[in-house]
Design a protein around this ligand. Structure first.
Ligand code: FAD
Length: 499
């Protein structure tokens, strides 16, 4: 046995401190030391505020008190994303978390609903999603405390202040023995076999380690600059490559969802926190200048602007090898799929989950890294396909950008998924637990892609039985949601007095 005795994390943004928190939770402090190097001169990206449900699961698995975390990070609840103007202007749809409907007998809910629609029964798919109905009414309740009720199948995530999350996880990790070094890494020394030996700081100090985790953001200092792992660029599918972001004062009521509004050359986000709102415009520089993007954002923001708008360039894509030699990359250093479905923080957690599953010794068996890279590539590609769907299915023709989106050449995997769905509503089995059938069905429906036929098996069920079950289910959800607290009332009930 040749166990890893020291892991060095370079970077102290969300990914660095998430890695430190997860490692310190899983590894015994006496057996493996964890050191995190961060540069206060460079700073963090400071955005990344909308999460997905597995993030709540991670907080729980780390043994963190959810209410304490929410209070410390100014968090609000998120039930999904409202998409405005995506298929056509003045149209909106909701992509909810959690389930949509329950099986009817042995039959898949979506297929039953489809049969009802095809028979002329006018029901909206989202009427059967507890999250969609709660979001529409501005209500919230924890589904875990309402199991076996019509909202028991809901899911939720958080909107958080990214800087406060990194601070919270730092406290958590330092409390479990992680040590922090302040300094800017300027170089790295390598062994004959290519492995990194140590990183060298601007003041001349060296930080040695057996294994390194590159969390240096878009700089990708170790995995890219030092080890030369190439980058697969997905701009041909995802043309947005810049964002301009600003913080604004809070409005009321606080919606329990993220809003993504399609614009002329991209889309804008609105992420409500307890005491402010994060807003931004993501755009394609081929179709829009920074100046135009800034004006677009400033024209559309609601509330008082609290800071200077900041432009952030990015490229969607992923490292060809996310793990190379004795270096793993996480977060923006590993890859980035533009932020429409708020997936980046989730991919950090997935990256760590897989690393813990394939945890190496000091020799870092190449087979482990190859399997890790294969699994992570599949996750990134699934997220990419899901996001491209939001663009390519648009019916908009009003700007050059949207015409480009309608006519782009799709990744084969997405083209096959669309063909499969258009036939009988079948879905390809995913690799990640993130975007399940309800997600794909919601976005397909919202973007106007409905299967031509339902699955013939549903013909074993009488239409009357389906119609009456749908009617009861819709009423049950609406009835219950009507009696729930508003999102703000619920947030207040969860907050602890500050004395
Ligand atoms: C426009 C936009 C919107 C986004 N929205 C979301 C969202 O809603 N939800 C979501 O999940 N994600 C979102 N993301 C992604 C999210 O911001 C990141 O995944 C997350 O913040 C993690 O970033 P990071 O820690 O990898 O990098 P960073 O925050 O950039 O941190 C890098 C760290 O490395 C350090 N560093 C860099 N170079 C060196 C060096 N040479 N020496 C020492 N230290 C160094 C820096 O000081 C810093 O501490 C968004 C991203 C963009 C661009």
């Amino acid at each position: 046995m040749n166990p890893i005795r020291k892991i060095v994390i370079v970077g102290g943004g969300t990914s660095g401190w998430m890695a430190a928190a997860m490692l310190s939770h899983h590894l015994k402090p006496g057996v493996c030391r964890i050191e995190l190097v961060e540069s206060t001169d460079i700073g963090t990206i400071g955005i990344g505020e909308s999460t997905v449900p597995p993030f709540v699961g991670l907080i729980q698995r780390l043994g963190i008190d959810e209410r304490d975390f929410m209070q410390a990070t100014q968090a609000t609840y998120k039930l999904g994303i409202q998409f405005v103007d995506w298929r056509q202007r003045r149209e909106r749809y909701f992509h909810p978390f959690g389930v949509i409907g329950k099986r009817i007998g042995a039959h898949d809910f979506y297929q039953c609903w489809l049969k009802a629609r095809q028979a002329g029964i006018a029901t909206d798919l989202q009427d059967f999603s507890p999250c969609s109905v709660m979001a529409e009414k501005g209500r919230f309740y924890l589904p875990g405390e309402a199991q076996n009720t019509p909202i028991g199948g809901a899911g939720y995530a958080f909107h958080v202040d990214a800087t406060l999350v990194a601070r919270y996880l730092r406290r958590y990790a330092e409390g479990r023995g992680v040590s922090r070094v302040e300094g800017t890494v300027l170089g790295a020394t390598r062994r004959e076999n290519g492995f990194i030996d140590a990183v060298e700081l601007a003041d001349g100090r060296r930080v040695e380690g057996d294994f390194f985790i590159d969390c240096t953001g878009f700089r990708a200092f170790l995995i890219g600059q030092t080890l030369g792992a190439g980058f697969e660029d997905w701009s041909q599918f995802l043309p947005c490559d810049r964002a301009v972001a600003v913080k604004t004062s809070s409005g009321s009521p606080i919606p329990p969802y993220t809003r993504a509004t399609a614009g002329k050359a991209g889309w804008s986000w609105s992420i409500p926190l307890q005491q402010r709102v994060g807003q931004g415009y993501v755009y394609a520089s081929a179709f829009c200048s920074d100046q135009e993007a800034r004006s677009t954002l400033l024209r559309s923001v609601e509330g008082k602007i609290l800071d200077e708008p900041k432009v952030i360039p990015f490229v969607s894509g992923r490292r060809r090898e996310i793990w190379r030699f004795n270096c793993l990359s996480l977060g923006l250093a590993a890859g980035f799929v533009e932020p429409l479905e708020s997936t980046a923080i989730h991919l950090i957690a997935r990256g760590m989950d897989f690393f813990l599953r394939y945890f190496p010794d000091r020799e870092c068996d190449g087979a482990l890294a190859r399997e890790y890279n294969r699994r992570m590539a599949a996750d990134y590609e699934e997220v990419r396909d899901f996001i491209v769907l939001h663009y390519c299915a648009t019916g908009r023709e009003d700007t050059q950008f949207w015409r480009w989106c309608r006519n782009m050449t799709l990744p084969d995997s997405l083209r096959e998924r669309i063909e499969l769905f258009q036939g009988h509503g079948a879905l390809r089995e995913g690799v990640d637990e993130l975007f399940r059938s309800a997600s794909w069905q919601s976005v397909f429906e919202g973007m106007g892609i409905r299967p031509l036929k339902h699955c013939p098996r549903v013909d074993n069920l009488e239409l009357e039985q389906i119609a009456s079950t749908l009617d009861m289910a819709r009423q049950a959800i609406r009835g219950m949601v009507g009696n729930l607290p508003t999102h703000e009332e619920f947030l207040r009930s969860q907050s602890r007095p500050s004395w």
